[in-house]
Design a protein around this ligand. Structure first.
Ligand SMILES: [Zn+2]
Ligand SMILES: [Zn+2]
Length: 330
């Protein structure tokens, strides 16, 4: 394809996105040119724009991409022109480092990340490495499928690491938690939702989705939890979550960036409690999660906005005004 396409570009840390017109890219042998139908807005996009994590500028953010294939590289396998696919955060791995060779490609030493080190989906078109793209379940609309690709998928990885106990706490009830809560409820587990103190609307939203309890993150849960996941990038929640889990419980930090964790008493960690982080995703996580999302009948709650309003969408997310997930529609 020829011509130009519109993209929202970040020129450097702290810069707002601006509209640019780029020449249509040509996909490499294993890449595909994708016409973007929807792209989710993730907290990580804020970290890219703020310069909290290493990114390659200028960059087009966006790593929850749903689109249709418009051009296939000469060596692409398993996809067809016109097919609807998803492009996630993990854009490429080396396949050769110790991590890649031991089934932990999420920790690859020289990875590429969509919308961070390679251009993402805040645009009308994007080029993606076909080997890291996913077919998407039909039952989700373009906008509904978008947040599955990071919020859902990396949330799923965190969820599995939190263990198999019945009572799971979710700190920060945004895009990821609202999807995970529905899956956990479908599995017959009890979900405890922790929002910003005083966020009554967020707590009501959590209860509507089947959480057995919802309250401020400054309040202990009514029962000890088996595991907890922190989606909020707030380090001071780590000691709170440790206090909320019972012996043997794990606290999983799911964000890519978090403020410093304050000192806490060893007694809070004692009893084989543990803290771990979750980094990125593997393709296997993606396949497993998308199957679970399809079967469980979850319904992502999305707020759609035109692509040109990407800066407004980011501001809404930063200010905690998005219920569920924000999605940009080119
Ligand atoms: Zn690698
Ligand atoms: Zn993300």
């Amino acid at each position: 394809m020829t011509g130009h396409y519109l993209a929202m570009q970040c020129d450097g840390p702290g810069q707002p996105l601006r509209v640019v017109h780029r020449a249509m890219p040509v996909p490499g042998p294993k890449e595909m040119l994708i016409e973007v139908a929807a792209c989710g807005v993730c907290r990580t996009d804020l970290h890219v724009i703020d310069g909290d994590i290493p990114a390659h500028y200028p960059i087009v953010p966006g790593h929850e991409i749903v689109g249709h294939i418009r051009q296939l590289g000469s060596k692409v396998e398993g996809f067809e022109l016109g097919e609807r696919i998803g492009v996630p955060w993990l854009g490429h791995t080396c396949g050769e480092c110790d991590y890649c060779r031991s089934g932990r490609e999420n920790l690859c030493d020289v990875p590429e990340f969509t919308g961070c080190t390679r251009d993402g989906g805040y645009a009308e078109f994007v080029v993606a490495d076909s080997r890291y793209c996913f077919s998407l379940p039909y039952r989700f609309s373009d906008a509904e499928a978008a947040p599955l690709l990071c919020a859902g998928l990396i949330g799923w990885r965190a969820f599995r690491l939190a263990g198999e106990g019945d009572r799971v706490g979710l700190y920060g009830f945004g895009a990821a938690a609202h999807i995970l809560a529905q899956i956990a409820v479908w599995q017959g587990r009890y979900v405890y939702a922790f929002t910003k103190p005083g966020d009554v609307a967020g707590q009501a939203f959590a209860r509507k989705l089947g959480c057995v309890w919802a309250g401020g993150s400054d309040v202990p849960p009514p029962q000890p939890l088996d595991g907890a996941i922190l989606f909020a990038p707030v380090g001071s929640l780590v000691p709170s979550a440790l206090k909320a889990v019972r012996k043997g419980g794990r606290v999983v930090c799911a964000g890519i960036h978090m403020s410093d964790i304050p000192a806490f008493h060893y007694a809070d960690l004692w009893g084989e409690r543990s803290i771990c982080s979750v980094a990125n995703l593997t393709r296997e996580d993606g396949l497993e999660f998308l199957t679970a999302a399809d079967k469980s009948g979850i319904s992502p709650s999305v707020e759609t906005m035109p692509l040109a309003q990407a800066n407004d969408a980011l501001t809404r997310l930063r200010n905690g005004l998005v219920q569920g997930a924000a999605v940009l529609m080119p």
